[in-house]
Design a protein around this ligand. Structure first.
Ligand code: VG1
Ligand code: CO
Length: 547
C-alpha cells in the first residue's frame, strides 16, 4: 500500500480542450507542457474508472519527445491514486500493439499509451495520451466521453513527491509502496508472434534469397523489427532501416504512406530492388505493404490477408468474421462473401472493433489508413500484418504482384484512393461538411461525371453487442456498382482541420483490372468536386496527400 501521508492533493483548473479524438488526446507538445495539462487528463482518466485499487496499470509509449517525462508523472499519479502495480516498458517504450498484449497477458486493469501515432514528434510537434481498457483495446466512447466530461470539471489531482524511477533498469522498483516493473518491451510480443506464424517457413523463404526491407521510420518498431526479422527470422543485418527510435523520429513524419515512406517505395519499384517492403508508423500499429513493383493498398491488403489467413498456423481453423471501417474499400466484403462469413462495417477508429473481437464475431479487422489486426490483441498491429504477409508468401511461393493479380482475377478490383486536405481552417471544413449534410436528402438522382448518385447518407453505427449508437460518422455518396465517395473530418490532427475524401470504384473480375488508379477514379474525383465544392471551401487546388 502507498504510504498515505505522502499523497499530495494539488489544486488545478480545468482545460476546455481535452476531448479525446479518434484515438486518444492529441495536442502539440507545447500544449502538453502547460502546467497541470497532462496531470489533469491523467486524473480525469483515473476519475472515470472504478475498482482499480491495488490493481495493475500498463504504461508505455512510442519514445517521442516528452515520453519519459509524462511516464514519471503517470507513475507518481498511479501510486497516489491507489494502483498496486505499474508495468512499464524499458526506456518507456511499448508499441501500441505490444501495450495491448501486455495488458492482456498480465491481466492488467488497463493501460496508458503515450503516443500521437503517425503525427510527427519533437518539441514543436505532437504528443498524445490514450487510455486502453482491460481487454487491451482503446476505451470505447462511453469511457472517452466520461473522461472528457471529467476533464471539464476537474479541480484537483493526486500525486506524490518521489525521485524519478530509472526506466532503463529492468526489474522491480518502488514508488512510495507501489511496485513498478520495468520489462523488456519486445520479449512478450515476439513470443506471441511465434505462436501465430510459421517462423520456420518464413526463415526458409528468406533462405532462398527472397529479400525484404522494413522501414521503422526512426519510430517505435525498430527494436521489435530488429529482434523479429533479423534475429529470429535470420534476415540479414540492414533489413531494418531507421531502426532506432528517436524523440523526433529523425525529423521524419512517421506515417507509412507513399509520401512519407517514399524512399522505401522508390527502392521497391526498382527491378533489382527487394522482393517485399514494409513500413510502420510512430507507435507501431500501422503497416505499409509494397511488393516488388507492386504497391498494395491497405484495403486490398486486408482482403488478401483475410483470403489467405488460413495459411498461417494461428488462423488455420478459419475466420469467424471480418470487420472494416466504413471508409475502407469493399474488397474485404467480397472475401467475406466467398468465405461465407459476416462482414462488419464500423466507424473509423480501432475502438469500434473491440466489442466484435471480444464477442468472437470478427477475427480480422482493418482500416484503409494502413491498419490491420486480429483477435490476438485489441489494437491494429503493423508487424503482425507484415508477418502474416510473409507467412502467406512463404506458403504460396509467389510474388506479391502475382498474388494481387490472382486476387483481382478472382474477386474483382476495388480501385481506391484517399485525398487529404490538411490544416485547413476549421470553420471552412465544418461549412463544407454542413453543406454536404444539408444536401443529403436531395442528392439522389443528381447527374455527375461518374453517373447519377444512387443514395447518400451520414453513416451511423449500432454496435451489435451492446446496442450503443455512434452517429455522424461520415457522409457517404453511393453510385452504381459499388462506386462511392466518403467525406469526413479527421479526429487525430492537432492543427486546424483535415478533410478526408475517400474514393472507390469497383471493377468486377473480367473487367479492366490493370488501370492506373488515378485514371480509374478520375470521374469520381470530378464528381466529388461538383458535389462538395472542395476547392472553394478549402482554398486548395489539390490535396496535400494522396494515399
Ligand atoms: C486516422 C485514421 C484512422 C485511424 C486513426 C488512428 O484517424 O483515419 O483509420 O484509426 O487515425 O490511427 P482520423 O480521425 O484522423 O481519420 V493511429 O495509427 O494515428 O493511432
Ligand atoms: Co499508429
Amino acid at each position: 500500500m502507498v504510504e498515505a501521508m505522502l499523497v499530495q492533493i494539488v489544486e488545478t483548473v480545468a482545460f476546455d480542450d481535452q476531448k479525446p479524438g479518434t484515438s486518444g488526446l492529441r495536442k502539440k507538445v507545447r500544449v502538453f507542457q502547460q502546467p497541470n495539462y497532462a496531470e489533469n487528463f491523467v486524473q480525469s482518466v483515473f476519475d472515470s474508472l472504478e475498482g482499480y485499487a491495488g490493481d495493475t496499470l500498463v504504461v508505455g509509449g512510442d519514445g517521442r519527445f516528452l515520453n519519459r517525462e509524462v511516464i514519471q508523472v503517470v507513475l507518481r499519479m498511479a501510486a497516489a491514486n491507489g494502483f498496486g502495480r505499474v508495468i512499464v516498458g524499458q526506456g518507456g517504450i511499448l508499441s501500441t500493439p505490444a501495450a495491448s498484449h501486455v495488458i492482456r497477458k498480465y491481466g492488467a486493469f488497463g493501460g496508458l499509451v503515450l503516443s500521437a501515432s503517425h503525427n510527427p514528434g519533437g518539441p514543436d510537434e505532437d504528443f498524445g495520451i490514450k487510455y486502453n481498457i482491460g481487454n487491451g483495446g482503446p476505451a470505447p466512447e462511453s469511457v472517452t466521453d466520461a473522461i472528457h466530461a471529467r476533464s471539464l470539471t476537474i479541480t484537483r489531482y493526486k500525486t506524490l513527491e518521489t525521485p524519478d524511477i530509472d526506466l532503463d533498469a529492468i526489474g522491480t522498483h518502488d514508488v512510495a509502496g507501489m511496485a513498478v516493473e520495468v520489462i523488456d518491451p519486445v520479449a512478450d510480443y515476439a513470443e506471441l508472434m511465434e505462436t501465430l506464424f510459421d517462423f520456420a517457413a518464413i526463415r526458409a523463404l528468406l533462405g532462398t534469397g527472397f529479400t525484404i526491407s522494413f522501414d521503422a521510420m526512426s519510430a517505435v518498431t525498430g527494436p521489435y523489427a530488429t529482434e523479429i526479422f533479423e534475429r529470429r527470422l535470420g534476415a540479414p543485418a540492414g533489413t531494418v532501416v531507421n531502426g532506432t527510435p528517436l524523440p523526433d523520429f529523425g525529423h521524419h513524419h512517421p506515417d507509412p504512406n507513399l509520401v512519407h515512406a517514399k524512399d522505401l517505395y522508390d527502392r521497391l519499384m526498382q527491378a533489382d530492388g527487394p522482393d517485399f517492403g514494409a513500413a510502420s508508423d510512430g507507435d507501431g500499429d500501422r503497416n505499409l505493404i509494397i511488393g516488388k513493383q507492386r504497391y498494395v493498398t491497405p484495403s486490398d491488403s486486408l482482403a488478401v490477408l483475410a483470403a489467405n489467413a488460413h495459411l498461417a498456423p494461428g488462423y488455420a481453423s478459419g475466420l469467424a468474421g471480418i470487420a472494416r471501417s466504413m471508409p475502407t474499400s469493399g474488397a474485404a466484403d467480397r472475401v467475406a462473401a466467398a468465405l461465407g462469413i459476416p462482414l462488419y462495417e464500423t466507424p473509423t477508429g480501432w475502438k469500434f472493433f473491440g466489442n466484435l473481437l471480444d464477442a468472437g464475431l470478427a477475427t480480422i479487422c482493418g482500416e484503409e489508413s494502413a491498419g490491420t489486426g486480429s483477435s490476438h490483441v485489441r489494437e491494429k498491429d503493423g508487424i503482425w500484418a507484415v508477418l502474416l504477409w510473409l507467412n502467406i508468401l512463404a506458403a504460396r511461393r509467389e510474388s506479391v504482384a502475382a498474388i494481387m493479380a490472382d486476387h483481382w482475377a478472382r474477386y474483382g478490383r476495388n480501385y481506391y484512393a484517399r485525398h487529404d486536405y490538411e490544416a485547413i481552417a476549421t470553420d471552412r471544413a465544418n461549412a463544407l461538411m454542413a453543406k454536404l449534410r444539408d444536401s443529403l436528402a436531395t442528392l439522389a438522382g443528381t447527374e455527375t461525371p461518374a453517373g447519377a448518385v444512387q443514395a447518400a447518407d451520414d453513416f451511423s453505427y449500432t454496435d451489435p453487442t451492446d446496442g450503443s449508437v455512434s452517429a455522424k460518422q461520415g457522409v457517404r455518396i453511393l453510385f452504381a456498382e459499388g462506386s462511392r465517395l466518403v467525406f469526413r473530418l479527421s479526429g487525430t490532427g492537432t492543427q486546424g482541420a483535415t478533410l478526408r475524401l475517400y474514393i472507390e470504384r469497383y471493377e468486377p473480375a473480367g473487367g479492366d483490372l490493370g488501370l492506373e488508379p488515378g485514371d480509374a477514379l478520375a470521374p469520381l474525383i470530378a464528381a466529388a468536386e461538383q458535389l462538395a465544392s472542395i476547392r472553394e471551401f478549402t482554398g486548395m487546388d489539390e490535396p496535400s496527400v494522396i494515399t
